[in-house]
Design a protein around this ligand. Structure first.
Ligand SMILES: [Fe+2]
Length: 310
């Protein structure tokens, strides 16, 4: 009957020990294992004592990826009527701030509160240039076409660039329940914006803010020429110039981040308006009647291929 011998075979060679579960093991390999474990521990001690190489820094996100990341954070709670907290607004406005080399030294244009932002978004970061065909008036009839470069949208926010040839117009329209960040990348345009009036100019409760023909009273927020040196313009659901129109004085590009996006399914489609003067303000035209009109305005849409790490 074969019996496992302890201590050695008949030729003096080490034989198998029996482990508690009955498996065979060798004494000499065990000694070797002890030696090798000691060597491993010594090596580990040496490695621990020597300085370990630091991991490589994470890659710096591109300006557009950074815009995406910041927009995602700022609009994480986005819903109709949502207004991001002031610090979040300042952060996204800073990311959007562009100080194009077309118009003077970069550093002189950085507002003191955002001097940490050095590599701001520039036209070249988004792949546009004033020489592109979308900034030329090529139509033989009618006003120049506006092109929208669509970069991204989800249920929380969207962003893209409006490209306007000289003299192109984006007519007066609203942004229902939305917060919109607009940054001019280059060029100049006339901006006129309104907010709905909550009372009459005379603050007379008897004066209606809705006319008999359905027009609503609105107060002018901005009526000025803006260019790429302007800081990011932010409009909100109830103020900041929620209704606006653009008239390009030169070829120009405007980057918009908006949240939540328009949604016809939710009853928040874009509406267009005609304006007529409000005559009872003693010559100071700070108010107008705005009446919704059927839209005939169309833009060329271009889906950009840029991908973002979500
Ligand atoms: Fe707009």
């Amino acid at each position: 009957m074969p019996v496992a011998q302890l201590g050695g075979d008949n030729r003096g060679r080490p034989t198998a020990d029996l482990t508690p579960d009955g498996r065979a093991s060798s004494r000499k390999p065990r000694r070797r294992h002890r030696k090798s474990a000691a060597a491993t521990a010594a090596a580990a001690a040496l490695v621990a004592a020597s300085p370990s190489p630091s991991p490589p820094p994470p890659p710096t996100p591109s300006p557009m990826q950074r815009l995406f990341d910041t927009s995602k954070e700022v609009f994480s709670e986005s819903a109709p009527g949502f207004v991001p907290p002031p610090q979040a607004v300042a952060r996204l406005a800073a990311v959007l701030s562009t100080y194009p080399p077309l118009h003077g030294p970069v550093t002189s244009r950085i507002p003191p509160s955002f001097t940490h932002v050095r590599d701001d978004l520039k036209p070249r970061d988004v792949g546009i240039d004033p020489s592109l065909p979308c900034f030329r008036h090529t139509e033989s009839k009618g006003p120049p076409s506006v092109t929208y470069l669509h970069f991204y949208d989800c249920s929380k926010f969207s962003f893209g660039i409006f490209c306007l040839p000289k003299s192109a117009v984006i007519p007066l329209h609203n942004h229902p329940g939305m917060t919109v960040f607009s940054k001019m990348l280059f060029g100049s345009m006339h901006l006129k914006s309104y907010d709905w009036a909550t009372s009459s100019p005379e603050n007379d409760c008897n004066t209606l803010t809705t006319s008999s023909d359905g027009a609503r009273l609105a107060k002018i927020n901005t009526d000025a020429v803006v260019d790429a040196s302007a800081e990011t313009i932010v409009l909100y659901p109830e103020n900041g110039g929620n209704l606006h129109c653009f008239t390009a004085l030169t070829p120009c590009a405007v980057l918009d981040v908006m949240g939540p996006p328009y949604s016809s399914a939710d009853g928040r489609d874009c509406a267009y308006y005609d304006e007529s003067a409000y005559s009872d303000t003693g010559g100071e035209m700070r108010y107008s009647w705005l009446k919704e009109i059927p839209s005939t305005f169309e833009m060329k849409g271009v889906q950009m291929r840029q991908r973002f790490t979500v």
